[in-house]
Design a binder for this molecule. Sequence first.
Ligand code: HEC
Length: 100
Amino acid sequence: MKLITSGILCGVFCVSGALHAADQNTNKDSDKAKNTKQAHEIIDKKCTSCHSKNKIDIALSASKNMVKIQQEMEKRGAKLTSNESEVLGIFWKQSKPITK
Ligand code: HEC
């Protein structure tokens, strides 16, 4: 009887496990899109008062160390909350041009 019960339990959990994994995949995609949108908003709001977005694009396509540049910008006076800083950190990784 125990065996049968655990068989049924596994059946339920394995299926829900697989569904959950699929869910997480779609979430990941929309998380990425959401993060990109947020990052654009942060850049528009916090990074374009001293120079244009073009400067950021150029640095991105030159594969510059954006995390370090971001820190330099914060020293120069860009004010980022820790959340904004995190969103940008993820964005820089996504936006790395694929050079290899
Ligand atoms: C307080 C003014 C100021 C703010 C705000 C600011 N920057 Fe800058 N940024 C500068 C200055 C000054 C330079 C260097 C001089 C130049 O190249 O015109 C620079 C240069 C850059 C460069 C080129 C650096 C390189 O080595 O190629 C990038 C990329 C950049 N900023 C990104 C950002 C990002 C991202 C933000 C928002 C988090 C930001 N900046 C906000 C002043 C600012």
